[in-house]
Design a protein around this ligand. Structure first.
Ligand SMILES: Nc1ncnc2c1ncn2[C@@H]1O[C@H](COP(=O)(O)OP(=O)(O)O)[C@@H](O)[C@H]1O
Ligand SMILES: O=P(O)(O)O[C@H]1O[C@H](CO)[C@@H](O[C@H]2O[C@H](CO)[C@@H](O)[C@H](O)[C@H]2O)[C@H](O)[C@H]1O
Length: 437
């Protein structure tokens, strides 16, 4: 039976958020034939009181033995995102503004979409699945569905309307109604074919530093700091554009204290899930307390919300920011809430730490390289912050306290994320609580 096959298969998918917990029930909420051999499913997964919905493209043309055996779900079914003979229907639907049962395919006003292009699945570590059509479009299928308009679509279309730079142009989307709310299922954007993502560029620089005889991060051939500076400038500019396109506000002391309480609750939840974090609770608590004591007025606005080196791409001319979705797994209201732009700054600073430390794992010279890793992270941290200030980003004296608390808060989130998804990476965020910064 299809639901049994899906229960066995879904737990092995990178984007499945309920790993490690048994599935109590899996049901099909919506099943729409998009074209012969291709069905669009929305499924409900119930686990220990939690209810999550996911979408998938189900290939039913029986081609599971050969080309799509790697995507086999079971029986004659497979994950049809891998079949370019079938996925063209998504582009055609958006280009033509089709309605198929409960599914609505839409394009932006004036956008013309080339429907002849064939897709490939992007082979990235992802929470969603992206299809690249030719070298022109990227269509991201949001796997785990949260009722409401996806913040990515909301933000990118608003920024495009304001003529903002630093974004990949949006073309179209697919939506349906979930719990009575219009809910984004997929979104198509310009594919930046010649760009490199920040994570690979940063790792190339770290690799170069570790291999070089010159012990200084600034002198090594793959110095990243000029890019970190430009990224800081671009980040400040995108924050400015977000502040123009959406409402802004100032959080008063009382609300800051409430925010700190929320962070404390998240820390307690994280400790309940990852016991090793308990040993570091004091460091995090102290930083949160300082935030509650010192931060009296905090400017807030729409932000990226899950900003890291994997979310930014260097084109030949500039940095482009992707994936304005916020932290996957957080409730939509939280992801859309106004927040300090320094949350994004903190996210990127954490990412420099990740890049520096990632290549130490399994490295026989790890002990000797540790000071270089620290130097690389410090150099790029400071270049990014300089760029952020130069680009008009707000960074004042009291912000040091806020930034520290936000960095540790992000590290707490990362501990849970890694424990669930990549346990061997856990030491990277754990190290955040040991440094004396
Ligand atoms: N518009 C784009 N052009 C080129 N590559 C992209 C584009 N959007 C995403 N990517 C690639 O896909 C990766 C993951 O994209 P992202 O939007 O962060 O997905 P997810 O939400 O699943 O993490 C990026 O790191 C980048 O390599
Ligand atoms: O990009 P996503 O929206 O899927 O974000 C999630 O996955 C990220 C990893 O893919 C994760 O980011 C963490 O690992 C990165 C290196 O892979 C590192 O650069 C980031 O600083 C670190 O937070 C992100 O937290 C998670 O939400």
């Amino acid at each position: 039976m299809l639901t049994e096959l899906l229960s066995g298969w879904i737990t092995h998918q990178r984007w499945f958020a309920g790993k490690g917990r048994p599935i109590d029930e899996l049901g099909v909420d919506s099943d729409v034939e998009l074209s012969p051999g291709l069905r669009h499913l929305i499924i409900s997964v119930r686990q220990a009181g939690d209810h999550d919905r996911y979408q998938l493209l189900l290939g039913t043309d029986g081609d599971t033995s050969g080309r799509y055996s790697h995507a086999r779900i079971g029986g004659d079914y497979y994950d049809a995102v891998y079949n370019p003979d079938l996925t063209g229907t998504l582009l055609t639907g958006m280009a033509e503004g089709r309605d198929l049962g409960p599914l609505r395919f839409r394009h932006l006003e004036g956008a013309s979409i080339d429907t002849s292009l064939r897709s490939l699945v992007l082979g990235a570590e992802q929470s969603n699945t992206s299809l690249v059509y030719g070298e022109t479009y990227i269509c991201k299928l949001f796997r785990r569905l949260i009722p409401g308009i996806n913040p990515e679509l909301e933000i990118v279309t608003a920024l495009a309307r304001h003529g903002a730079g630093h974004i990949a142009q949006p073309y179209g989307w697919i939506e349906t109604d979930l719990d009575g709310e219009a809910t984004t299922l997929a979104m198509t954007q310009e594919f930046l074919a010649t760009a490199n993502d920040g994570w690979s560029l940063a790792l190339a620089s770290v690799r170069d530093l570790y291999a070089s005889l010159d012990p200084s991060a600034a002198n090594a051939g793959g110095d990243f700091s000029a890019e970190a500076y430009r990224l800081g400038v671009a980040t400040a500019e995108i924050h400015h554009e977000l502040a123009v396109a959406f409402p802004t506000g100032v959080m008063e002391s009382q609300d800051v204290k409430q925010l700190v309480e929320d962070q404390r609750r998240r820390l307690a939840q994280a400790i309940a899930e990852v016991a090793a974090l308990a040993a570091h609770a004091r460091v995090v608590e102290d930083a949160y307390q300082r935030m509650a004591d010192v931060v009296s007025e905090m400017p807030v606005q729409r932000v990226h919300g899950d900003y890291h080196l994997g979310q930014v791409m260097r084109t030949t001319t500039d940095w482009v920011v992707l994936d304005f979705e916020g932290e996957p797994g957080q409730p939509l209201a939280e992801r859309r809430a106004l927040s300090s732009p320094l949350r994004d700054v903190a996210g990127m600073l954490r990412s420099f730490e990740y890049a520096a430390r990632h290549l130490l794992a399994d490295n026989p010279d790890a002990m000797a390289l540790r000071p270089r890793a620290a130097e690389w992270a410090a150099l790029n941290r400071s270049a990014f912050l300089d760029g952020y200030a130069a680009g008009g980003g707000r960074l004042h004296a009291q912000d040091t306290v806020l930034l520290r608390a936000l960095e540790l808060s992000k590290a707490v989130y990362e501990v849970v994320y890694e424990a669930r998804n990549r346990p061997t990476w856990l030491p990277i965020p754990m190290a955040a609580f040991e440094t004396g910064r």
